[in-house]
Design a protein around this ligand. Structure first.
Ligand SMILES: Nc1ncnc2c1ncn2[C@@H]1O[C@H](COP(=O)(O)OP(=O)(O)OP(=O)(O)O)[C@@H](O)[C@H]1O
Length: 792
């Protein structure tokens, strides 16, 4: 599966030991055929002890900084972006902690000159370094043939051992795999040049109990792999490292794939997973391997099933390309956050069929047909390598013909893709093979120019979870915005929108609810039922106040109270109403009484002035209307005077007082038409008894003062309520404006989110490379911050 999180390849921390083969002969001035064009001031002898996994041309070039057009950005605070950040420090986290010996992803080329066979020995010398050898090792990394120098990553001559080759190529491969890189080794060369010997070694050395020194690369790689796995598990017990290795073995013979672990399975098909872009062979046998013994069994079985034939160049010539693959899956746990990480890497060990000149090998029949297919297939490989080399050198994109052969189609990951590739080019020192050898060296030269794109194949559980979670969150957010106009729920910028909506709702409730004034309830005279219009604009001269013994206020028809000074009125269920009138006061003709009347009038006047100042207030009018209606319904009613009078006034409790408007009939309807019609008020005793004048006047005065004080208190409470409502309305208006603004912002955010979701999904699907994702995110952020919405 394609990794979501690419990491750069690292430089070797444990370079392989110097190659021990061969001494350096005297230098000759020869044309340099394959100097790496990207290497400045390259010197053919500069690569002493070079590892095939070290490329000076690309040292210190992080994978993601190559071809990057974006300026560097500071580390993101976004956890998701931090996950996507690629840095060597981060790449060093995970099993194994030691950096793998690896270069960037240039193809590493090692040339191996096999020892001459008995016939060739005469011309090439026993060690292949004789004066008649067609190819000579000039340095640890260069050879000379027909007056031409070729420089590679390393050269192993006839004196080199299998162990040397393993240290050069096999050991770094194991480290790369444990670090999560796909890694491949191809053995290329003409028939009989030593490819099979290098890759596997003689069958006897593989299957033998003794650790034969002729064991080839593959068994050594797996010995090392199991040894390193054990070492890592011991070293990082806290990470609970679990490794799974599965192996498969196939051959491509005459352009048909055969399962070497189950040779009955022939003509298997190559499939491509569209989602992950991975290529695999359908129905190929995969075996778990846990020990070296398991691997040996597979190797022996597979190699035994491989097609071989005798040619004039090689008595035991391999007639097919053969690919041994091992997929290594490692799981580790981060004890800090409990998350898991999984690395999956693939080893491809490829022993190619040898090219041959049919004229020289005198092939016929099946061998000829085989040779034709082998050459066609190798020709497709050569062509592909030419194109990849050209692409790497020129930077120009062009079609890469992976599908030209089964070999190139199957191994496309290793060729210019997500893998580290080492190419071992085997050559013969024989003069008779010089053209083939030259051809092989030219092939090697072109292969060296290829740049692969190896990345650590790692998936972190929390990375995937975080991406899924973010997509889900964004989708939810978007859905809410679309369905609710972008303001409900959520957090951050949406919370204000939600507040605005809530405030609007409260405003609506507030405006619809019946106007209630808590202050009135808190008044001690809550049982008082009074129509303020009855005391509105009173006339001292016309005012008649009736005081009932139990301080009940009653209205009397004006006709019944205007004609008599203190007349008995039984209009209300026989209640006696004392009606002190202006005339009765005049009759008494006493200074105290006049003063009393004047004081009373002044008190009432003061109260009424306060009330008048609010008579245009809407709340006041609503309250008045409400009170009028209630008064009409419940009259006569009583007020407990004790709640509004001083203790010494309690003696007046037995007296029933009635507040009598002069125009009680149809007062509610009249008040709006002619408020003056209701201005006459009379206080009369409810029981009709006539109290003594002085006492009564005092009682009246105090009672009226209390009534007015209550009215004033209520008015002040209403004022306070009105002021509060005005502030609230102002605040709500501001919230409405804010709400509108946020709706606009949310529309923009919704658009951005849709884009982000699409990008994240593409990233998850693998259709959008991480580089492009980061680039698009960057552009999106730039766009977002270019024109920030104005704050209200
Ligand atoms: N480095 C070496 N040391 C000793 N013997 C070698 C070496 N390389 C090759 N040989 C021997 O040379 C012979 C041919 O080698 P090998 O079969 O590996 O060639 P090949 O390239 O695989 O040929 P083909 O393509 O026909 O399969 C074998 O007998 C092998 O043992």
């Amino acid at each position: 599966m394609r990794s979501l999180f690419s990491r750069q390849a690292r430089h070797p921390t444990t370079p392989p030991p110097p190659f021990s083969g061969g001494e350096t002969p005297p230098r000759r001035r020869t044309p340099k055929e394959n100097v790496d064009p990207s290497t400045p001031a390259h010197h053919p002898h500069s690569g002493d002890h070079a590892s095939p996994y070290r490329s000076p041309s690309s040292a210190a070039k992080p994978l993601l900084t190559r071809n990057r057009s974006l300026p560097p950005r500071p580390p993101s605070s976004n956890p998701l972006k931090r996950k996507l950040d690629v840095s060597p420090a981060r790449a060093a986290v995970g099993p194994p902690p030691e950096a793998a010996a690896a270069s960037d992803s240039g193809v590493q080329v090692v040339v191996r000159i096999r020892p001459p066979c008995s016939v060739e020995g005469e011309e090439a010398g026993e060690d292949g370094r004789g004066p008649d050898a067609c190819v000579r090792k000039m340095a640890t990394n260069s050879v000379a043939i027909q007056g031409q120098d070729f420089t590679f990553d390393a050269v192993a001559d006839a004196a080199s051992t299998q162990e040397d080759l393993f240290k050069l190529v096999g050991q770094p491969l194991v480290e790369n795999c444990l670090s999560g890189f796909n890694s491949s080794i191809f053995a290329y060369g003409q028939t009989g040049s030593g490819k099979t010997y290098t890759m596997w070694g003689p069958l006897s050395a593989i299957s033998g109990d003794s650790m034969g020194c002729e064991r080839g690369l593959t068994p050594r790689v797996f010995e090392q792999l199991f040894s390193r796995i054990k070492e890592e598990q011991g070293k990082h017990k806290d990470k609970e490292l679990i490794y799974n290795c599965t192996c498969s073995f196939l051959e491509i013979y005459n352009e048909q794939i055969t399962d070497l672990l189950d040779p009955m399975q022939k003509n298997l098909q190559i499939r491509e997973d569209v989602k992950t872009a991975c290529v695999y062979v359908e129905s190929l046998t995969k075996e778990f391997v846990f020990t070296m013994k398991d691997v040996t069994q597979l190797l022996v079985k597979g190699l035994a099933n491989r097609r071989t034939g005798s040619t004039s160049a090689n008595a035991d010539s391999s007639r097919s390309h053969c690919v041994f693959t091992c997929v290594i899956k490692s799981e580790s746990k981060n004890l800090e956050d409990g998350s898991n990480s999984i690395r999956v890497s693939r080893i491809n060990l490829v022993d190619l069929a040898g090219s041959e000149r049919q004229k020289l090998t005198h092939a016929a029949g099946d061998r000829l047909k085989e040779a034709g297919n082998i050459n066609r297939s190798l020709s497709a490989l050569g062509n592909l390598i030419n194109i990849l080399a050209e692409i790497s050198q020129s930077g120009k994109q062009r079609h890469v013909p992976y599908r030209d052969s089964k070999l190139t189609f199957l191994l496309q990951e290793s060729l210019g893709g997500n893998a580290m590739l080492a190419m071992i080019c085997a050559v013969s020192p024989s003069e008779r093979c010089k053209n083939e050898t030259l051809s092989t060296l030219r092939f090697a030269q072109r292969a060296k120019a290829i740049k692969n794109n190896a990345v650590v194949n790692e998936q972190k559980e929390d990375d995937v979870n975080a991406l899924h979670e973010q997509i889900r969150h964004l989708k939810d957010e978007l859905h809410r915005m679309k369905s609710n106009g972008g303001s409900e729920g959520g957090n951050g910028s949406f919370s204000t929108g939600w507040n605005a909506r809530r405030s609007l709702h409260l405003l609506k409730m507030s405006l619809n609810r019946p106007t209630t004034f808590q202050a009135i309830k808190e008044d001690s005279d809550e049982e008082m039922e009074i129509d303020e219009n009855d005391v509105e604009k009173p006339s001292n001269h016309d005012m008649v106040i009736a005081l009932a013994g139990d301080i009940g206020f009653k209205r009397l028809p004006a006709s019944e109270v205007t004609n008599a000074g203190l007349s008995h009125v039984d209009a209300f269920d026989g209640d006696k109403i004392l009606m002190p009138t202006k005339r009765s006061c005049s009759d008494a003709n006493k200074l105290g009484e006049d003063r009393c009347n004047l004081n009373l009038a002044a008190s009432i006047q003061r109260g009424l002035q306060v009330i008048e100042s609010h008579q245009n207030n809407g709340a006041w009018r609503r309250a008045s209307v409400g009170l009028n209606a209630r008064i009409r319904d419940v009259l006569p009613c009583k007020v407990d005077v004790s709640t509004q009078t001083d203790p010494e006034e309690s003696q007046a409790r037995d007296n029933t007082l009635a507040l009598v408007p002069s125009c009680v009939v149809e007062i509610s309807s009249n008040e709006s038409k002619d408020p003056d019609a209701c201005r006459d008020l009379q206080l009369v005793p409810a029981d009709g008894a006539v109290p003594s004048d002085g006492l009564k006047q005092q009682q009246i005065l105090k009672a009226v003062e209390k009534v007015l004080a209550g009215s004033i208190r209520r008015e002040m409470a209403r004022d306070e309520q009105c002021a509060k409502q005005a502030v609230e309305i102002q605040q709500l208006n501001r919230l409405v404006q804010q709400y509108k603004h946020e709706r606009e912002c949310n529309a923009v955010i919704a658009q951005t989110m849709e884009g982000k979701i699409a990008r994240l999904e593409s990233l998850m699907d693998g259709t959008l490379p991480t580089d492009e994702f980061i680039h698009e995110e960057y552009l999106s952020l730039m766009n977002e911050h270019k024109d920030p919405p104005k704050e209200i």
